[in-house]
Design a protein around this ligand. Structure first.
Ligand SMILES: [Zn+2]
Length: 310
């Protein structure tokens, strides 16, 4: 299992791009490459690209004198890890795609299929900002908001493959509509996209969440108000998460985490104000950046391999 030349073929498939790597069992990346997902081609073409890229990586490993021992693939949406099926995905278009068996058939390697945010959380909890904490909540904040609850290095999947949808916690009953069809979900108020949208709505000028953070820090009242509203909604969501999971560490990842202290300082204060008898978690920024999904896919594949060989 831990001999020096073994690697895992790992892919993190997103709506626009695929991050791909050869990862050693200790989490070291020995080779990385990126490809376009080009989801507009339809799910069958995307699956074809995933299999081609995975096969190419396994071939690259062998050509470099390495031994591919497993394959891990992370995809967004609803993922049934037990059956290895990409059940549903809005941005890649998957509907009940048996991706694990397709990859296993093509590569002849044990393969695991995971959810992008859950495996990202797995990687942060084991190799990144949450290491040394047994109970970790990883929250990715970008165009949407999703979470992974990791206990002792293993992420809860849920009965239907949909655990961790913290973005759809109701925080503002009279809030803006969410993509899921209900008003007032956390991600409709506090995702990076929602922050930009809200600022544009009030100011009449488009802005990214990063620009809103910059302008708030520079003292612009409107940006300050939009940023504060988002931070307060996030704190409401995290307080709910802490009430449910009682974690030691909350790791915030995704694009919004790049706001650094402008996010973390007020968010820590707002979360502190909302906790009564609950123990306050450490609130930290993710450490692995956009490699987390790929590393997590590799970890999930290694976990599967360890279980199968038991
Ligand atoms: Zn929603």
């Amino acid at each position: 299992m831990t001999s020096g030349d073994e690697v895992v073929v790992a892919l993190d498939v997103g709506g626009t791009g695929m991050k791909c790597a050869l990862v050693r069992p200790d989490g070291a990346t020995v080779h990385a490459e990126r490809h376009a997902t080009d989801a507009a081609r339809g799910p069958e073409a995307v699956v074809g690209t995933i299999l081609d890229v995975a096969e190419g990586l396994a071939g690259k490993a062998r050509a470099d004198g390495l031994t591919p021992v497993a394959c891990g693939i992370a995809v967004p949406g609803v993922v049934d890890e037990a059956r290895g099926v990409a059940v549903w995905s809005a941005n890649v278009g998957f509907r009940d795609v048996p991706l694990r068996d397709l990859a296993r058939g093509r590569l002849g390697l044990p393969t695991a299929l995971g959810h992008d945010v859950r495996v990202g959380g797995l990687a942060e909890a084991r190799l990144g900002a949450g290491r040394d904490a047994g109970h970790v909540l990883f929250v990715a904040i970008g165009t949407g908001i999703a979470a992974a609850h990791v206990v002792d290095g293993s992420a809860a999947v849920g009965a239907h493959g949909a655990a961790g949808e913290i973005g759809h916690i109701l925080v503002r009953p009279d809030g803006p509509p969410c993509g899921c069809g209900r008003p007032g979900c956390l991600e409709a108020v506090a995702s990076a996209s929602a922050i930009g949208r809200r600022y544009a709505e009030l100011s009449g000028a488009p802005a990214t969440a990063a620009e809103v953070a910059d302008r708030a820090a520079a003292g612009e009242p409107l940006a300050g108000r939009v940023w504060r509203e988002a931070v307060e909604a996030l704190a409401d969501g995290l307080a709910t998460g802490q009430a449910l999971f009682d974690v030691a560490t909350i790791v915030i990842g995704g694009g919004l985490a790049q706001a650094g202290p402008r996010l973390f300082d007020p968010l820590r204060t707002a979360l502190h104000e909302r906790l009564t008898f609950h123990r306050e978690p450490r609130l930290v920024a993710a450490a692995l950046g956009d490699e987390a999904g790929c590393l997590g896919a590799a970890l999930l594949a290694l976990d599967t391999l360890a279980k199968e060989s038991r």
